[in-house]
Design a protein around this ligand. Sequence first.
Ligand code: R5P
Length: 290
Amino acid sequence: MIIISLGNSDKLAKSLALKLKAKYSKLLIDKFPDGDIYLKYMVNVKNETVILVHSFQPNPNQSLINLVFAAETARDLGAKKVILVAPYLAFMRQDKRFNPGEAVSSKIMAKWLGSCVNKIITIDTHLHRFRTLDKLFSIPAVNLSANKLIAACVKKFNHPFLMGPDWESSQWARRIANQIGADSAILEKTRHHARKVTVRLTEKANFKNRNIVIIDDIISTGHTVIEAAKLAKRLGAKSVTAIAVHGIFTEQAYEKLKKAGINKIVTANTILHRSNNLDVSSLLAEELRN
Ligand code: R5P
């Protein structure tokens, strides 16, 4: 087994290689003068199981091209098997044609990857219209959950009150609250457009003087978490923490969250960021050992 890193998850890939006692190598990816991709394996992958480790953030579009080239080249060089470990899998949110003429990105991504890798492993991927990965991929595809790591982190808070900013987040917020016996509330979210959301509290909950922990899968522009935090504060919360599996933090979202008075921001290392405090390497190593 050889762990090959494509650039976005070097640290995670190295730690995986250590845990699995596997060889580690970084893929050389460059450009020809005209901009065409240049890619080279620095180790012999013939007859090996090649594990490509790469988060789709930053640069999701380029990441897809790099991964297709990497997987096809591994096969061309005689690799026995190619497994993709994508701690954060992009394109999953455009899972239907919302407006006439739009691309259904998740289906295209799945078709491309399915044609060149043998298996895909990801973490808490965004499943909405496609409820499970086997509805999308024709190859074995595993969706791991970081819930155990989040639960261990939340347990350290003093009498936490878990908040899910929308119904989809209940698979993290409510489930973890039930596991650890904490209070929880799931908000109702309306997304007006990519940069505007509103949230409403539709169930009975008393946030007064409580340490609120907002849990979601993704923080992208940050608007979802900011609106949830504003509501918690309006209703008397003592502190607000935001935990997300994937911290994309586009358009200065991290700074905006800090400015909105969120006391602590925690993410998993599925996307490299200074808020990374949940290490998914053991989860991935366990899956790869199977
Ligand atoms: C959406 O359903 C997701 O679970 C997140 O709530 C969403 O992706 C967050 O996006 P943003 O940070 O841009 O509000």
